[in-house]
Write a protein that binds this ligand. Structure first.
Ligand code: ADP
Length: 351
C-alpha cells in the first residue's frame, strides 16, 4: 500500500489550518508528523481518516482516490485505515476481547473476517501479536498504561488496515515506559507490514521511531526527510530549532568551511557568503582555560551528564554544551569551545 497526499488544504470555517500539504507514505513505512501543538497535526489525521472534509487537494491509496476536495469520497470505515487515538480510547465497560472485536465490527471488514469464528480467531491472533494472549477476559482498567496501548494497537490492526494513524499514542505513558512501548509498537507494525503515520509533538519520539519525519510548522510541511537528515541538515532555521537545541552563529561561508567567532568550521555545503552556522550542544567540547573566549554562566547536573550554559566574552553569543559526568564547570570559569565538524550552514543572512 502506498498513500499520496497532494495539495491538501483544510480549514475550520474561514480559518485555514493546513495550507497545501504534500506527503507520501510508502509500503510498510512509518512516517512521523512532528509539529508544535496547534500546527494542524490532528486535522491532518482526521482528513486522512475521512473525518474532516478537505477544501483542496486529494488523497489516494494505491492510485485510488479516497478523498477529493469538497467530498468525503470514501467513508472512513471503507478507507482501510485503522485509528489509534490519544490514550488508546478503549471502552472501559467492555472486556479487552470485546474492545478488539469492536474494531472488526465497526471498521471495514475484510471478507475473510466476516464470520463469528473468524472474528474470534482474529482477536486471538491480535492478542498473541501484542504479547497479551491471556488478557481477553479482563477490562482495560485492570491493565497497565502500556498494556492498554498494546490493546489499542491490537484493535486498530484487527481489521487488517493498510495504514494505521496514531495521534500522540504514547503521550500519557511515563517517560521510561514510553520508549519501550514505542519500540514494541514499531516492531508490531513491521511484523504486520502495516504502514503508519505517527503524530507527535515529541521530537525524540519522532526521530527515534519513524523511518521519515515530516516537520509541520504553521500548517505547512517544512521538511520531509529521514530523522538524521532532518536533524543534521534542517531545511530552515525554524526546523533546526524545532527538532533540537539549536544555536545559530553568524558566519561567512568560504566553500567547504565557514568563518565564525568559534574559528573556522568545516561544513557539508560549498556555500559562500554571509549566513549562519548551526551548532548543537553535543557538537561542542569545552575546556577550562584562563584566557578562554567564553565564560560559564550555569552548570546543570542532569545525571548522566551536565548541561553547561556559556557566553562569549566579546559578542555575548550564548551557547550550551554537554559536559561529561567527571567534569565540573563552576559559574565564572573561563573556557574555550571547540566544535566537532562538519556543521550545517544556512547561507543568506535572514533568520
Ligand atoms: P494539533 O493536532 O497540531 O495540536 P489541530 O489540528 O488540533 O492541531 O488544530 C489546528 C488548529 O485548528 C488550531 O489552531 C486549533 O485551535 C484549530 N481547531 C482544531 N479543531 C477545531 C475545531 N473543531 N473548530 C475550530 N478550530 C479548530
Amino acid at each position: 500500500m502506498s498513500m499520496v497526499i497532494a495539495g491538501l488544504v483544510a480549514s475550520y470555517g474561514n480559518t485555514a489550518v493546513l495550507h497545501g500539504i504534500d506527503l507520501d507514505l510508502g509500503d510498510g513505512e512509518m512516517l512521523a508528523v512532528l509539529g508544535p501543538s496547534g500546527c494542524g497535526k490532528t486535522t491532518l489525521l482526521r482528513s486522512i481518516a475521512g473525518l474532516h472534509r478537505i477544501d483542496a487537494g486529494r488523497i489516494t491509496t494505491d492510485g485510488r482516490d479516497i478523498s477529493v476536495a469538497g467530498q468525503l469520497q470514501v467513508p472512513p470505515e471503507k478507507r482501510g485505515i485503522g485509528l489509534m487515538p490519544q490514550e488508546g480510547g478503549l471502552f472501559p465497560h467492555l472486556t479487552v476481547r470485546r474492545n478488539i472485536e469492536f474494531g472488526l465490527r465497526a471498521g471495514f471488514v475484510r471478507p475473510y473476517l466476516a464470520g463469528r469464528a473468524e472474528r474470534a480467531r482474529r482477536v486471538d491472533e491480535m492478542l498473541e501479536l501484542v504479547g497479551l494472549p491471556d488478557a481477553g477476559a479482563v477490562r482495560p482498567s485492570e491493565l497497565s498504561g502500556g498494556q492498554q496501548q498494546r490493546i489499542a494497537l491490537a484493535r486498530a490492526l484487527a481489521p487488517a488496515p493498510s495504514v494505521v494513524l496514531m495521534d500522540e499514542p504514547f503521550a500519557a505513558l511515563d517517560a521510561g515506559l514510553r520508549t519501550s512501548i514505542r519500540q514494541d509498537v514499531r516492531e508490531l507494525l513491521q511484523a504486520s507490514k502495516t504502514a503508519s503515520i505517527l503524530v507527535t509533538h515529541d521530537r525524540a519520539e519522532a526521530l527515534g521511531t519513524a523511518d521519515r519525519v515530516a516537520v509541520l510548522l504553521g500548517g505547512r510541511c517544512a521538511q520531509v526527510d529521514t530523522p538524521r537528515e532532518v536533524y543534521e541538515r534542517p531545511s530552515t532555521p525554524a526546523v533546526a530549532r524545532f527538532v533540537g537545541d539549536a544555536y545559530l552563529v553568524d558566519g561567512v561561508g568560504r566553500g567547504g568551511y565557514v568563518e565564525t567567532v568559534l574559528g573556522r568550521l568545516g561544513t557539508t555545503t560549498g556555500a559562500t557568503g554571509d549566513g549562519q552556522a548551526l551548532l548543537r550542544p553535543e557538537q561542542l567540547m569545552i575546556t577550562e582555560r584562563k584566557d578562554g573566549a567564553f565564560v560559564v554562566e550555569h552548570e546543570l547536573f542532569t545525571g548522566p551528564e551536565s548541561s553547561v550554559t556559556l557566553r562569549h566574552n566579546d559578542t555575548g553569543l550564548p551557547l550550551r554544551a554537554i559536559a561529561r559526568i567527571s567534569e565540573r564547570f563552576a559559574p565564572g570559569t573561563a573556557v574555550d569551545v571547540s566544535v566537532a565538524s562538519p556543521v550545517h550552514f544556512f547561507p543568506g543572512s535572514e533568520l
